[in-house]
Design a protein around this ligand. Sequence first.
Ligand SMILES: *[C@@H]1O[C@H](CO)[C@@H](O)[C@H](O)[C@H]1NC(C)=O
Length: 436
Amino acid sequence: MLGTNKFRPKFKGQKGILPLSSSFNRIDNFKRYRSGIIIIGLLILWFLFDPYTNIRIRLYSKSAFTLPPAHPLTSKNVIPTNSKYIYPAVEKSNLLVQLGLNKLFKVTDIRDAKAPDVEQIVVKSLNYFDDVNEAVQKAKEEEENASSELEKVKNNFKNHDKVVYTPKDKNKYPEVVIVTALDFEKYSNGDLVNLVQNRIDYAFQQDYGLYVRYYQEFAPVFNSVKFMKKSEEAKWARIFALRAAMFAFPKAKWFWYLDQDSLIMNPTINLKQYLLSPEALSPVMLREKSIIPPDGLIKTYKNSNAEDMRIIITQSDSKLETYSFLVKNDYLGKCIIESWSNHLFRSYGNFPFGPDSALTHALQWHPYILSKTAIVPARTIAAQQTDVDISDVTNGQQGDHIHYNKGDLVVSWSDCQDTAQCQQSLKKYFDLSKSK
Ligand SMILES: *[C@@H]1O[C@H](CO)[C@@H](O)[C@H](O)[C@H]1NC(C)=O
């Protein structure tokens, strides 16, 4: 009878029935050299992590890891406010139109001696020329304010960047902050007042904060006074408004960017119960769905965990949309926002839809960012307007996850073709939101 143990290869001297496999001696040698390899490995780890230098830096130099303090985009100073609704003087926006970007910023022509025929400009915020002494600056502005209404509006415009929420009672910090960028050339001051009022009403009801900026305030980022003419490129200002909001409300938990071409229609919805808690988010996250609808190759993950999500965003029927999305305010959320708004992305010529295209790229090529991003149906936070009555099941629109239906949180008309059409939609939905 053959004993099963006979089949095992035997060590030195003892003969087995089967020949040794060709790799067996290598394994045997490996064992002998293992302690050597371990020592080399430890030395490599020591070299990589270099605890000696780390300890030394910690003991002797406190400044090695500190970064310069954060500050507003265009100034080193801040203006504290205890109101959690931060918005510009929209009721005077017509005066901003009158002044124009050439007066609201310092625009300088520069010529390069090597290429004198190339015209270039530098757009600087007027904050750049503030007196370093805050008291002197204040006195100067008071004098200017007294001199004319236009100077007053100009000062308000430049100072808005510096406003930071500084609550009296730290326990009353808003968990969610709504962020909106406004274009004062697209909507009249009456329209802008309505847009801001709509968000304040909602923020008041839900105890959220509000942070409103003008698109035009970000001209220094684009280094251009004509950037609003290219509407897709101008969308980048949304991301910068969001970054400014993160600076103004450092302790908020979530930021909701909601663009100007939209209104909150159902103020009773509490975002936390509705979308932000993992229990609410998990069932609505679109899993294994194309990032570029309807059938792009790269899809969202099947098993991503709702708790990991830092960005919550929606799609129209053909692409990702950035007119309404949510960002979590933590290290990773900020990291994603900062890489998204990086100059390399902004200056890349093949992103036809500005930040929408850049994020699409990031999600398709950087699995890590995709694993932190939830795509949800548009009707949750970004329902689009439509002429079709989608509540009517007979017209075949049942199960529509994109278009606005009564009771939805938001209606958006970001697809409006010209200023008149956009204003018309605003009027229509603002009246509707008031007629309850
Ligand atoms: C000047 O007026 C603007 C607009 O009302 C205001 O925001 C700003 O605080 C004023 N500046 C000073 C120093 O009073």
